[in-house]
Design a protein around this ligand. Sequence first.
Ligand code: F6R
Length: 246
Amino acid sequence: MNIRVFEHDMQAAQAAAFLLASQILEKPDSVLALPTGSTPVPVYKELAHLTASGILDWSRVTTFNLDEYLGLAADDEQSYHHFMHEQLFSKINMRPEQIHILDGMAADPEAECLAYERAIRGAGGIDLAFLGIGRNGHIGFNEPTEIMSAMTHVVDLTAETLADNARFFTKNQKQPTQAMSMGIGTIMQARQIVLVATGGGKARAVRQMICGSMDPQIPASILQIHKSVTIFLDRAAAAALKANCD
Ligand code: F6R
């Protein structure tokens, strides 16, 4: 694992944006996996800025989002479709057919997951998976479990994840308790992985991911055996790390 610690969260985000940008500059037809949440917001802002400056061209890029809530339509303000449109897709030059996000309203979610896997394979697999990490060590919505799911699947969200994400929902909005997520195996098959974690709330999960034994209860710990992982942290998220994981 290539671990870089920055003083401030904005620096970690900018470094991640630069890595994503160089991926696109080097391979204009890159296939990317993308997260939602708070962490990627400044990364997407920087990517939008690089696009507006004429540096980045997304016309040949393909994206697959990591997850979507089950039961939320694409036009629902809480859906990850909506988030991605607001934070990134409305600001870059990608056509709708280049963008893939699981359909939270699919009549048959299992079939939707299978079709998603086929689409990823059809695109030639993922060149770069950009990830965040949950406080419980989840990546995508691969929650702590006994046995990890390799492929895209339906998940029951844990109480911790529901509590963490409740901040995005108002009193009148019903928070889904299930989602669909790209599987651990599919993420691990990405040729390159970049994970960003910022803030003290992530310090424990970051330590477990990097220094703990590989454990399906800390899904991110599997990244220890990926051949190309870069982790960008701010000082707060790195607070529980010590030299050589002592
Ligand atoms: C969401 C996703 C999740 C988030 C994680 C951290 O698409 O992949 O694994 O990255 O829950 O979320 P934030 O960034 O909001 O702390």
